[in-house]
Design a protein around this ligand. Sequence first.
Ligand code: BGC
Length: 420
Amino acid sequence: MSKKTLIALRTSAVAAAALMTALAVQAGEVEVLHYWTSGGEAKAAKALQATLQGKGHTWKDFAVAGGGGDSATTVLKSRVVSGNAPSAAQIKGPSIQEWAQEGVLADMSDVAAANNWDKLLPPVVANVMKYKGKYVAVPVNVHRVNWLWANPEAFKKAGAKVPTTWDEFFVAADKLKAAGIIPVAHGGQNWQDFTTFESIALGVGGPDFYKKALVQLDQTALKSETMTKVLSTFKRVKTYTDKNAPGRDWNLATAMVIRGEAGMQLMGDWAKGEFIAAGKKPGVDFTCVAAPGTAKDFTFNIDSFALFKIKNEANVKAQKDLAAAIMSPDFQEVFNLNKGSIPVRLGADMSKFDDCAKLSAKDFVETAKANTLVPSIAHGMAVSSAAEGAIKDAVSNFWNSDKMTVADAVNKIAAAAKTK
Ligand code: BGC
């Protein structure tokens, strides 16, 4: 071997070693706290995991079961307090600001600037993701909460029509009941009671009432005649649920509609993820319509990941790669096809999505123009977590109590809304 060849070989060996070291430094681990554990949700979470692994990083799954995420939040708090925050956690709405104020979130401005997030996101969404002008969270989707899911077979059997108003809802519910079908599939957990409540508030009271009462927490609106009507309708819906509802998980309630054991469910479009995961086709095996009286309105719920300050350099790189990947068109498509939601990126290609998602995308834009796009209070988008928790408990106590009058409930909810 000539001296020249030897030098060349040595040089390339050194270069290869340097490359290996660089790769080893760059491959990091991302620990992601989420509460996506149902069939459709787990498929969506897997898409996120695959995207990250595709970048050469390791995914450390930190799933805490519990719809709506209350248990996940409790676990997150204890982890952060003990100085052991995960890289990313499913946090949304005003809570992002609350966490940022604690000084524990990482600045993602460089990733945002390099990937044009300001241009790709509607400003109302971007603002929620920023703290003092800097991105600290990244959005994955837009869920619509005000949906009614129905089983067409069950409706046919009962000779009922899928309702578009609350009067029609009760007519259909009576027919389903008479046919031996549980009219309303419900899971008696406080966040599910609250989800039902908010759709009724929107449908019975309209978007202006909703905004005054449940976003601005205006005491006059909270104590109005309209609120009385909302609460009476809410309690009437309960009479169409079954006796096993208390404690039931939301996806088990969806499964009842899938099987035709129940006729309908009021739930956000993560429920569609369950129908899809069960191999069901929209418009054939199940129907999606806006919750009664809300066809021209849209309660939005945007899932996002807040990024925590972490130390290890390789893990920081992995965290930034995750943030960038979440906003990529490919990820937004595959994730949302499974999750039941729609991409949050402006101008996303909807060609692979079903009619429910297409309707959601169209209504998202139209309601934004008409000023009837409202944040979901039940899903952490409208008020502080303290006020949300207190109102949620008051609403759920009313749902569960045989003794509380509507007038008492009005007062309890209005008082809860003052929680700071
Ligand atoms: C979240 C969804 C989740 C649902 C049920 C909502 O608050 O935004 O992503 O699928 O709760 O857990």
